[in-house]
Design a protein around this ligand. Sequence first.
Ligand SMILES: NC(=O)C1=CN([C@@H]2O[C@H](COP(=O)(O)OP(=O)(O)OC[C@H]3O[C@@H](n4cnc5c(N)ncnc54)[C@H](OP(=O)(O)O)[C@@H]3O)[C@@H](O)[C@H]2O)C=CC1
Ligand SMILES: C[C@H]1O[C@H](OP(=O)(O)OP(=O)(O)OC[C@H]2O[C@@H](n3cnc4c(=O)[nH]c(N)nc43)[C@H](O)[C@@H]2O)[C@@H](O)[C@@H](O)C1=O
Length: 312
Amino acid sequence: MMQRHSRIYIPGHRGLVGSALQRYLAHQGFGNILTTPRSELDLRDQGAVGQWFDQHQPEYVFLAAAKVGGILANSTYPVDFLQDNLQIQINVIHHSYRTGVKKLLFLGSSCIYPKFAPQPIKEEYLLTGALESTNEWYAIAKIAGIKLCQAYRQQYGWSAICAMPTNLYGLGDNFNLQNSHVLPALIRKFHEAKIHQHPQVTIWGTGTPRREFLYVEDLADACVFLMQNYDQPEIINVGTGEDLSISELANLIQKITEYPGELLYDPSKPDGTPRKLLDVSRIHHLGWQAQTPLPRGIQKTYDWYVTHAQGN
Ligand SMILES: NC(=O)C1=CN([C@@H]2O[C@H](COP(=O)(O)OP(=O)(O)OC[C@H]3O[C@@H](n4cnc5c(N)ncnc54)[C@H](OP(=O)(O)O)[C@@H]3O)[C@@H](O)[C@H]2O)C=CC1
Ligand SMILES: C[C@H]1O[C@H](OP(=O)(O)OP(=O)(O)OC[C@H]2O[C@@H](n3cnc4c(=O)[nH]c(N)nc43)[C@H](O)[C@@H]2O)[C@@H](O)[C@@H](O)C1=O
């Protein structure tokens, strides 16, 4: 079990998930959190990562560093999404094991599951069908990360666990329209259209794909819960168990941002997976469930965007 004085390393602490984890752990009284900015440690550099672990000797690792992006970035930069993620994972997982880390939590993603998986998606559907083409590079890297954790457990009895979050959003998200996910992209599009009195906002794709969204503070809570209460080889889904269509999401964000104009759909942009709803019964049975209703999470994220993130 992590103790308040345990040395806890969060690679990726400046990202959406890493920053939420850092806030959450500090709030829970964990006072020995280790972070190093990317400018001082590129996690793709095996030698540098090895030296870092030798020097700092963490006891617990939440691996929240990765090359991450929305549907456009994933399909535009396949090498980065495959290669960076493989390198980061192998380096952090290997050196964690080598230097005696007690337990590591690896973050996968709901995109590891087959494109046409039955819904809601159970953990055992992994590797039962073809992947969605817009993010197969990232998904293959994530699947390799899962398998590496499972291999370390099988060969060496090491405690590496794998959480599979659904689509995330929240404070500190990426609002860059070229590489963000849909939820922050739509917050920005509606807000800017309202400010500049644009008559229309364009939504990519047909609006029919369905997605499930988890507030990142809830994910941080789930990660700490799993670190303290879960130690099995099987991957475990983390989500809300509810989804909505992209057009329903757009209508909700339009309402929250109070944008009075019209919505246009651009079907020349990819839809991606038709539906991605996780079966969260396994984590519910362990005693964890999400707390933040989608409208409240979007309102908090919009408030944060208005005060912190405009123009980035
Ligand atoms: N966002 C989502 O919807 C989902 C995310 N996940 C998973 O959660 C994890 C965290 O994602 P999220 O927080 O959204 O991603 P972000 O892009 O917000 O954060 C990623 C972090 O990784 C760091 N990083 C990336 N490459 C390197 C590198 N070469 N060396 C050092 N640091 C690096 C980034 O540093 P810097 O800030 O300097 O760029 C950043 O701090 C990932 O594993 C992702 O796959 C899973 C499901 C959904
Ligand atoms: C977390 C998850 O995230 C990615 O998968 P995704 O869910 O398909 O990603 P997304 O959030 O970018 O899009 C969701 C849907 O929304 C539509 N959409 C409308 N308008 C905008 C828009 O303005 N921006 C974006 N990005 N999408 C838009 C878009 O066309 C699609 O139908 C993967 O990278 C994958 O690797 C992964 O793990």
